[in-house]
Design a protein around this ligand. Structure first.
Ligand code: CMP
Length: 142
């Protein structure tokens, strides 16, 4: 069954100018881009997006980093999208990520790790709705 997930190309990867290479790796792995834009978040918006992590010691650092520059959220569709996208990006810590994964190729550290991926279909739906209206997605895929 087709599933959706949310990818975000984070500010470190945008600064490295590797947005195109990351999107190419995602689409070559069989994901369909349903919606995509370049935008940025305030610290408060980052805080809302990562609210589930608010008790974690790295929450402040994470919110500052995610609001430090442009990001590229992308709504993706594929069979088994959540799990397959997480396999494609690799471990949170690039030092532990498998060879050839997006984080191994482009991430510098656990904090500045190039890309985000939803961790469940339920969170994917909420995260996609954070950035895109359903009509934007439908309009782009009529
Ligand atoms: P992401 O997939 O966007 O989801 C939560 C993010 O928190 C994660 O990627 C990392 O960027 C960040 N993160 C997780 N662990 C740490 C850590 N120990 N220090 C700093 N940031 C972290």
């Amino acid at each position: 069954m087709k599933q959706r997930t949310l990818a975000i190309i984070k500010p470190d990867a945008v600064r490295k100018n590797v947005v195109g290479e990351i999107i190419a790796q995602i689409t070559q792995a069989g994901f369909k881009v349903l919606a995509c834009k370049m935008t940025s978040l305030s610290a408060a918006q980052s805080g809302k997006f990562y609210e589930v992590h608010k008790e974690r010691p790295f929450y402040g650092e994470l919110c500052d980093f995610m609001s430090s520059g442009a990001i590229v959220p992308i709504a993706l569709e594929k069979e088994n999208a959540v799990e397959d996208y997480r396999a494609l990006i690799g471990s949170t810590d690039p030092a532990e990520a498998a060879e050839g994964t997006i984080r191994k190729r482009f991430a510098g550290s656990k904090a500045e790790n190039a890309v985000h991926g939803s961790d469940s279909p339920e969170n994917a739906a909420n995260e996609i709705a954070f950035f895109f209206t359903e009509s934007e997605i439908v309009a782009n895929n009529a």
